[in-house]
Design a protein around this ligand. Structure first.
Ligand code: ADP
Length: 496
């Protein structure tokens, strides 16, 4: 008689919990922001306990809002900010260091050493990734170096490393389970995506003890049970995936060639490539989409580190707007940016540039530059960055895109979506239900316990989409995009 699936969506800026019914509709949700720490320029940290507490609060909150008890839940699914690294004591569950967030640059020096040792090609071949502080492996090395005695304790099996899914699994199961699944493992820089195993070469290159690694499981299936202490009854955890792969699943991109772009803190374009691990020549990553029933599927990914985060910066850093939604009216209050470009390379640049030393720039300023121009330039930067990634995807996959499916918090912004269609020259398709990341986690969990029988059952629950048609003349599009490329050049190789 279980009526719902609970999805825990542990994002970069907030922890959310959503309750889905059998028709795939969101019955209730709860969300709690938690603090971001910026201890040094380019560093971003979270408190693992604040992640956990905000997530637990959201889980309890959504049940309370819906008037539902844990006994009404068929399953729990987890989706999470990826690559963020946590190390904790196996015995006590105490973190030994803050979580180093995916955006953080503090392991840049360790990446530099990997490059100097000439390991880049081998690393790409094994992991599908590029050498960049973005991925977890060098963050783990950083923590083991930063905390006295940590290396020895890790070797002795006293410490656990995990991405945020593992950390939540460990906490939810009362410390019984130390596991992860394919999509998250493939973002650690420690996992061989072809052999589907932790990679000895990578472990030795970074001197990371195998004893601290989680067990890797299917994305849909048995992970353990939520301890009854947390929600009042035990509930099976039966689906886990990194947020971008969960969104790919939630968008119904089950077949090779289907793709989506998610506009959250960053922007992530993923294309399902099925059983084939496609290799990119244009700065895209090869990654695992998910593993189900012992079979893995792959994806090509373009990663933009700062998208919605640029809007947060306009709000919190500069105080130009009071709320993210206000950015739309500000942008529409002017006909264009009056030549202003903002390149929000606050934590370096990802696809296709992969420049850890890039930093943000604003160019084209004149005495006529106003608040609205800057806000508009911030929104436009999200669309330009996405165009960079779409171009890389088109070049690599040799496909002609006829439209772009979108989701994520910032895609509620109509101005941004229209500008995106204009700058790409193809229609942008926004689904009625924007909660596709949580939906993906719920789907993996629901399929894992037979609450839903197969993927096609989920497709039926999709509502109507909003279509943004391109309206900008090609010459204007090209001129604007050329300006962006010139602005990006000025942001590159800045930090010393
Ligand atoms: P995440 O999962 O990465 O935390 P979300 O998908 O929840 O992100 O989206 C939140 C991001 O979207 C924030 O960075 C916020 O600034 C941005 N955002 C939310 N609403 C809008 C809006 N109307 N216009 C522009 N950006 C927005």
């Amino acid at each position: 008689m279980s009526r719902y699936v609970l999805a825990l969506d542990q994002g970069t800026t907030s922890s959310r919990a959503l309750l889905f019914d059998h028709g795939g509709a969101v019955v209730a949700e709860d969300q709690h922001e938690f603090p971001q720490y910026f201890p040094e320029p380019g560093w971003v940290e979270h408190d693992p306990l604040e992640i956990w507490e905000s997530q637990l609060r959201a889980a309890r909150g959504v049940l309370e809002r819906a008037g539902v008890s844990a006994a009404d839940l068929a399953a729990v699914g987890i989706t999470n900010q990826r690559e963020t690294a946590v190390i904790w004591e196996r015995e006590t569950g105490r973190p030994i260091y803050p979580a180093i967030v995916w955006q953080s640059r503090q392991s840049m020096g360790i990446c530099e050493q990997l490059r100097e040792r000439g390991l880049e090609d081998e690393i790409k071949r094994r992991t599908g990734l590029v050498v960049d502080a973005y991925f977890s492996g060098t963050k783990v090395r950083f923590i083991l170096d930063a905390v006295e005695g940590a290396q020895q304790r890790a070797e002795a099996g006293e410490l656990c490393f995990g991405t945020v899914d593992s950390w939540l699994l460990y906490k939810l199961t009362g410390g019984r389970v130390h596991a992860t699944e394919y999509s998250n493992a493939s973002r650690t820089l420690l996992y061989n995506i072809h052999d589907c195993a932790w990679d000895d070469f990578m472990l030795s290159a970074l001197d990371i003890p195998r004893a601290m690694l989680p067990e890797v499981r299917d994305s849909s299936g048995e992970f353990g049970r939520v301890d009854s202490e947390w929600l009042g009854a035990e509930v099976p955890i039966s689906g886990v995936a990194g947020d971008q792969q969960a969104a790919l699943f939630g968008q119904g991109c089950f077949e090779s060639g289907r793709l989506k772009n998610t506009y959250g803190t960053g922007c992530f374009l993923l294309m399902n490539t099925g059983r084939e691990a496609a290799v990119s020549e244009s700065g895209l990553l090869t990654t695992l989409a998910w593993g189900i029933g012992g079979e893995v599927e792959y994806a090509l990914e373009g990663s933009v580190f700062v998208a919605g985060a640029a809007v947060q910066w306009l709000r919190d850093g500069l105080g130009l707007i009071e709320a993210a939604e206000e950015s739309e009216a500000a942008a529409l209050a002017v006909p264009d940016t009056d030549g202003v470009y903002l390149v929000p390379a606050f934590t370096g640049l990802g696809t296709p540039y992969w420049d850890e030393r890039a930093r943000g720039v604003m160019v084209g300023l004149t005495r006529g530059t106003r608040r609205e121009h800057v806000v508009r330039a911030g929104l436009e930067s999200i669309a330009f960055s996405s165009r960079d990634v779409v171009d890389a995807m088109v070049a690599d996959a040799g496909l002609q895109l006829d439209s772009l499916r979108v989701d994520g918090g910032a895609c509620q912004n109509d101005f941004l979506m229209q500008f995106q269609a204009d700058i790409l020259g193809i229609p942008v398709e926004r689904p009625a239900v924007l909660e596709v990341t949580a939906m993906g986690a719920a789907a993996l969990a629901g399929l894992g316990v037979g609450y839903w029988s197969d993927r096609s059952e989920l497709e039926a629950s999709k509502g109507s989409t909003t279509l943004f048609e391109p309206r900008m003349p090609a010459a204007e599009r090209d001129a604007l995009y050329r300006g962006w490329q010139r602005a990006v050049e000025r942001s590159l190789n800045w930090a010393e």
